[in-house]
Every structure is written in C-alpha cells, then in structure tokens.
Design a protein around this ligand. Structure first.
Ligand code: F0G
Length: 351
C-alpha cells in the first residue's frame, strides 16, 4: 500500500481539531530492527529490537509530533510557529513549517546544539535565535512570547505534538502484533515517554494489545526526574537531553510508575559506549538515542530487570548524522597513502 504519512494512516485515532490540515513529509513507518547479537551480549534469552526513529524525514522522532502540531497551526491560519530546542525539534519545526508555508522561529541554547541539527534548521529556512542560556530558559521565553503574540508554540507542551507522537506506540504494536514487555527510551523534556504511554494505553483499550513497562533513561548530569529536583546547570555529552526542568516531568513519572517501570540515569561514558556498540550493528544514532539501551543494560547487569523470555524495544530517537562531531573530534585522521597499488597493498594487507 502506498504510504502517505502518519495523519493519513493513523489520523482517525488522534485527538486533533477538525481544522487540522495534512502537512506531511511521509514521516513515520520507521523500521523495527532486530538486534540479536546485542541481546546476546547483554546475556541473551530475550528478543531485542531497535525502533530506528533516525529514519524520519528530518532525522528524528520529532517529525511524528510536528506533522500534527504544524498541521493544526496551519489549519487555524497561524502565520508563524516557534519552539525552544536542543536541536531536533528546531529542525523538524523548520521543515514542517516550510512544507506548510509558515514562518518558523527557533530558540536554541548557546553553543550546545549539534552541527547537523543547526544546519537542518538553517537549511529549512527557520530564523535561528541563540540565547545565552539553557534549553529551559529558552522554553520559558517561548511560552511567554506566545502568550503575548499570535505565534503558535510547537514544543511538546502543545498537546497535538503528543497526539502525533503516540503513533510510535501504534506502529510498534502493529509490527509485533502486541505491545512489547519493555520499552526503553531516552528522556529529556519528557514529551516522548508521555506520548508513548498515551499511545500504548489507547491501543490496549481499542485492540487489547497489552501494555509495556517503561524504562525512561536520562543522562546522569541532566537527571532531574531521577534526583527529584530541577537541575540548574544540566550537563551531558548527549546534548539532545541536556534539560534540567522537563516540561512534562510529572506526566512522565506517572507514566513510568503506572506501567510498572521507572526512570533511571546513565552516565555519559555508558551512553557513548552504547552508541559505539549500536554503530557496530550498523545502526548509527546520536548519543542521546543510545541512552535507552545503555539504561537497559545497566538494569540487566544490576539484576533489577530480568529480560528472560521478554520482547524489548529500544526507541533510538535520532540519527547519528545529527552529531558528527562527537565521532570526528576524537578520530585519528585517515591514513594518507600514495596513489599506487603497492602502497595500498602495504597498508591494508599489513593489518
Ligand atoms: N532523543 C533525542 C534525539 C531528542 O532530540 C530528544 C529531545 C529526546 C530524545 C528526548 O525526548 O524531550 O520528548 O523527552 N529533544 C528536544 C529537542 C528537547 O529540542 O529537540 P523528550
């Protein structure tokens, strides 16, 4: 069947206003990739899948929520949209605004946005404003400005973002034929974990697909939901989730608890090590996207999560191309050899 994007496929299941337009780049429909070798390395005896959200049109899961939020804004004739972002929301908002013919303004924290995300926002034609503060400061500002001016807010405070992001849960259930036993995913502003829980609950009510336990994973230097208080100066190499005051923090904690799961933290070293192992499976994700699996392994090793006989899905939220610097910064320069067969033989056969 031809694929026309999430609103066409799942629109009837989403609580969106009548006036919502279909603004689509054929987002969603991302693969659920089995990673049996990685499961084996974690002790084996269970099925492990990666929901590879980096294959969305702008390279992250944000496109699921943005097709809904921008479609709604366009439908009520908004002229402009705005968001605060650690980068992926910015690129996605910019692309969908471009598609709808709307102006996009994005606020980013100074110096902490990965190159591929910033380039995306600029390429899609957004006005990019850097503020000399954190993501949390930027979010406070966009809330204030949208209260004062007719500009549509497209951060995940916007309920239509969550409606769109529920489709991640629908797709996983449709592929597996039921909900997995565990869902692991990174947590930043906490919209995605909240949306997945809404989606799984809705599908379970309508189709008895069951409910997963949720394992949300924050970066240890930006783990307000684990520590139980806001963090003024969050710090992590996983810049996507460098957030100290998650807008949907309470909702995320409730979701994790209702599911019988929890929110934990993984260190930067654990996150980067998992990023490398995923790349070793042929799946390159940005650092934040490896946090879910890093947390899963930690729980298995600690004996606090028994995976035996279970189906586990890890949501890998953004593509590795978003943050090339994290790889190239510590990379030795590729060896330079003369253009000759002998020199090439020497270099590759010596190994
Ligand atoms: N993974 C990636 C790659 C992200 O970009 C984000 C959030 C998350 C995970 C966390 O999702 O916020 O719903 O808990 N990025 C936002 C942004 C904050 O501005 O792009 P969340």
């Amino acid at each position: 069947m031809e694929y026309h994007g999430l609103l066409t496929r799942y629109g009837a299941l989403l609580d969106l206003p009548e006036h919502t337009q279909t603004v689509s780049l054929h987002e969603g429909n991302t693969p659920l990739i089995p990673v049996p070798r990685l499961a084996e390395e974690m002790g084996g005896g269970f099925e492990l899948f990666v929901k590879y959200e980096g294959l969305n049109p702008t390279g992250s899961f944000k496109d699921r929520g943005m097709t809904a939020a921008i479609g709604e804004a366009a439908g009520r004739k908004a002229q402009a949209v705005i968001c605060a972002s650690t980068g992926n929301t910015a690129a996605s908002a910019a692309a969908y605004a471009a598609r709808a013919g709307l102006r996009a303004i994005v606020l980013i924290p100074q110096g902490k946005v990965a190159a591929g995300k910033l380039a995306g926002a600029v390429a899609y034609g957004a006005q990019v404003v850097q503020i000399d503060g954190s993501f949390d400061d930027a979010l406070t500002l966009v809330v204030k400005i949208t209260e004062k001016h007719p500009i549509a807010l497209v951060n995940s405070i916007n309920p239509y973002r969550l409606e769109g992001q529920k489709t991640g849960a629908f797709e996983i259930c449709d592929t597996l034929g039921k909900a997995p036993d565990w869902l692991c995913l990174p947590v930043g502003n906490a919209g995605n974990i909240s949306a997945y829980w809404l989606g799984f609950r809705q599908y379970n009510e309508e189709k008895s697909t069951g409910l997963p336990k949720l394992l949300g994973v924050q970066a240890a230097g930006a783990a307000p939901l684990v520590l139980g208080h806001p963090i003024d100066k969050p710090s992590t190499v996983a810049t996507a989730i460098r957030i100290g005051r998650p807008a949907r923090g309470e909702q995320a904690l409730t979701a994790a608890e209702e599911s019988g799961g929890r929110i934990i933290a993984a260190t930067d070293d654990e996150i980067l090590a998992m990023q490398r192992r995923l790349a070793g499976e042929g799946i390159w994700v940005e650092p934040a996207s490896a946090a879910g699996l890093a947390g899963l392994e930690k729980e298995i090793n600690a004996g606090t999560l028994d995976p035996t006989g279970k189906q586990i899905v890890a949501v890998c939220t953004g593509h590795g191309l978003k943050d090339p610097d994290i790889i190239t910064a510590n990379m030795p320069k590729p060896e330079l050899v003369p253009t000759s067969l002998e020199a090439l033989e020497e270099v590759i056969l010596a190994q």
